[in-house]
Design a binder for this molecule. Sequence first.
Ligand code: FES
Length: 347
Amino acid sequence: MVSYSVEVSGSDPRTVTCGEDQRLLDAFLRSGVYLPNSCNQGTCGTCKVKVLSGSVDQPAPSETVVSADDQAAGHVLACQSTPTSDVRIEVPLDAGTGPRHVLRDLCGTVHEIRELADDTVALAVGIDEPLDFSAGQYIEFRVPGTGDVRQYSMANPPSRSDRLEFHIRRVAGGRATDGWIFDSLQHGHPIEMRGPWGDFVHDRDVDAPMILLAGGTGLAPLKSIALEALSADPEREIHLYHGVRHSRDLYDVDFWESVTRRHSGVRYVPCLSREDGADRRGYVGDALVEDFDSLRGHVAYLCGPPAMVDAGVRACKRRRMPGRNIHREKYTPAAVTREWGAESVPA
Ligand code: FES
């Protein structure tokens, strides 16, 4: 198998080996070397790097993700690019650091499928070997019989690393949900998975009061973050706002109410945007603005549909939370289609 060396230049140079049809990001994460990453679909731009020497192949990125000027200057997306020679790349100086868990292929076995709400299930999957991950990260599932990949965040804390829990909402006509998970997936069935991915992670060094804003199944990674934070500090101040349209879409209500009884610092605020009946009628960002005069000194984690996350960020800033304290993950509806087996990894 042909492979190439890929070097990140800078004050901390690192080199990894990358197969000819392996994506740069995959090669780095499999080697436990951090590169910024989020969507792994070529849509967010987080993994943008500059090719200093050598060459890569990649589908032409959208100019909204990599501008024409940046493309002309040699910027590419590490999650989409495969090397065609030895390559030297540069990572933006402000890229910072992130989780260094080794990316792995995983063999999962369905342990449980439990109905959470209308068209939403909790899927528990046992894995062959415990997985190191950070609270907030996600896994890719291969949809059997297709080249499709779906991304689901872990809802369990990293301390439970041999049994992963996911919250999955049915998408009408979706190949992964209607065509598989809600149709034929059963206890004992195998699942091919790959992960962990993503930079949306709990910063365990920050113990500030925490704001969690979730839309729909965006609750999953926030559950992982909250449970990890509470296991480190049972008195941690956490304000969880969970937004859905209708009461039939709310889930885990009993669980969160029991958490508030056991942890006096936790507040749980379900918000319904299309009907009365929960604590709040309206959107999570509006409820946050109503409840706080100032969010200086707080840290926030937001996950859900893009419009909800954007509104939540505006709400946090309106209450004077510094941008560096706002962590966000947008759930995008785009399905990822990729030949799962095509990623040849050097032995
Ligand atoms: S564009 Fe590569 S991680 Fe989002």
